[in-house]
Design a protein around this ligand. Structure first.
Ligand SMILES: *[C@@H]1O[C@H](CO)[C@@H](O)[C@H](O)[C@H]1NC(C)=O
Ligand SMILES: *[C@@H]1O[C@H](CO)[C@@H](O)[C@H](O)[C@H]1NC(C)=O
Length: 425
């Protein structure tokens, strides 16, 4: 007995003496996949990032190396210094009811994340040698409200705006200082005047996504409706000093639109394609409609037959088409928007019933576009090679749970959120 106790004590003492410093480091960064992960990071052409969004143990940004073939290798998780959260009353995947919870900018060489459970945002510098290696710049900063769920980065990569979806809701913007971190921009905390709770109650009536307009002169936040009342796109003008107009203009989706979710810019058109959980997609033409408070003439809705909740979207510069995901059907729908802003369905790609495909992003890797889809309920990332219009093929199914468990990283299907990518210049 005595022997057992003293050997236990000895091993405890030895363990703490040997690993005191590494333990501290491991708290903030966790490596996955050992030597294979290290090699993948070294030869990576870029990285894909999503967040664990854990309410108790804290939020981590998980980075997967992108190989020259577009495939992913999970490599490193970095603490965001904040907590995740889960909206109410549901307990399933898509905890924040949003797109854009984590966002990378190649222009700024940064990744930023929301910490919905601590009402903060964190920004990281991307290591140019190893894009899975992130270093926090400064400290997490207050988000200007409660339950921040989405963020947008401007074209120059030096300004970030967020949307808060809780009891104190609305937008707020920050400039990115490469040594100090996020600095609030004066006159950018603007309310959406929603009757909400912290954490938010949804998905109906919750905020969805925030983006800069294509010319970076407006900030747009989408808000889901509470059926039968349709939601809105809230539009603020951005002044030269970065401040926002006092009030937003509420632009409504065209007939049929109900639950505006993600927004993806339609290049060269001053318009967006928005997913709509109640319909399929909304096309919103801002060319002269925003000022009047209603969407302009070319706005329209497109029903996706059999859809359940179409909520996330990306654009592929190589195929010229949009790709939207549905959490309920786990289908990807490829959509073409023609020169007159008329949308049509090209084809659909099934990702496996019950996998709950949510956030996605598209990266150009060599001559091809690659799509990364968070299949949250399966704790996987589905990787598709887009190839040509209507010709996407499955490239890889990446397991998140196994490597995370081996590294001691807590992940839950119901808390995972976000997908963004970075390609080295
Ligand atoms: C806000 O919502 C709650 C819960 O639905 C409701 O009881 C309350 O009356 C609402 N407040 C306002 C000002 O509309
Ligand atoms: C997630 O998986 C569970 C168990 O397989 C299933 O019962 C549930 O319907 C799935 N949820 C979604 C949103 O697909």
């Amino acid at each position: 007995m005595q022997l057992t106790i003293s050997s236990v004590l000895l091993s405890v003492l030895l363990a703490s003496a040997v690993s005191a410093a590494p333990l501290e480091a491991r708290k903030n960064k966790m490596q996955m996949n050992g030597n294979a992960g290290k090699a993948a990071a070294k030869s990576a052409v870029g990285a894909a990032y999503f967040i664990t969004n854990e309410p108790e143990v804290g939020n981590f940004v998980v980075a997967a190396a992108i190989g020259s073939d577009g495939k992913l290798t999970l490599r490193q998780a970095t603490s965001s210094g904040g907590l995740g959260s889960h909206g109410a009353p549901g307990t399933g995947p898509d905890p924040l009811f949003t797109q854009g919870a984590v966002k990378a900018s190649a222009a700024g060489n940064i990744v930023a994340t929301v910490n919905a459970g601590s009402n903060t945002l964190s920004v990281f510098n991307i290591d140019p040698q190893d894009p899975t290696n992130l270093e926090m710049i400064g400290k997490p900063v207050g988000s200007g409200g409660e339950f921040p769920v989405s963020l947008a980065i401007n074209k120059a990569g030096n300004s970030i705006c967020t949307v808060n979806g809780g009891a104190i809701n609305g937008v707020a913007c920050f400039s990115v200082d490469k040594t100090k971190g996020l600095i609030p921009i004066a006159n950018t905390v603007r309310s959406l005047k929603l009757n909400q709770t912290t954490p938010a109650t949804g998905p109906a009536g919750s905020v969805s996504h925030v983006i800069f307009s294509e010319d970076n002169k407006q900030l747009i936040a989408s808000v889901k409706g509470v059926p039968p009342t349709p939601g809105i796109f809230a539009v603020w003008d951005i002044a030269a000093d970065g401040s926002l107009s006092e009030d937003f203009k509420a632009v409504q989706p065209a007939k049929g639109g109900l639950l505006p979710f993600s927004m993806t810019v339609i290049p060269g058109k001053n318009s967006i394609l928005a997913t709509d959980a109640g319909l399929g997609v909304d096309i919103v033409d801002f060319s002269n409609g925003a000022a009047a408070g209603v969407a302009a003439g070319k706005s329209s809705g497109l029903a996706i037959d059999g859809q359940s909740a179409t909520c996330w979207s990306s654009f592929s510069p190589k195929t010229g088409n949009f790709y939207v995901t549905d959490i309920g059907t786990s289908q990807i729908t490829e959509i073409n928007v023609d020169d007159n802003l008329k949308p049509s369905i090209v084809t659909q790609y099934a990702q496996g019933a019950g996998t709950a495909t949510i956030d996605n992003d598209i990266a150009t890797v060599g001559q091809n576009d690659i799509m990364y889809v968070l299949a949250a309920n399966a704790t996987q990332v589905k990787v598709l090679s887009l190839n040509a219009p209507g010709k996407a093929t499955a490239l890889q199914t990446l397991d998140i749970a196994g490597p995370a468990k081996a590294a001691g990283l807590t992940v839950n299907a119901a808390n995972l959120q976000g997908m963004t990518s970075f390609i080295k210049k």
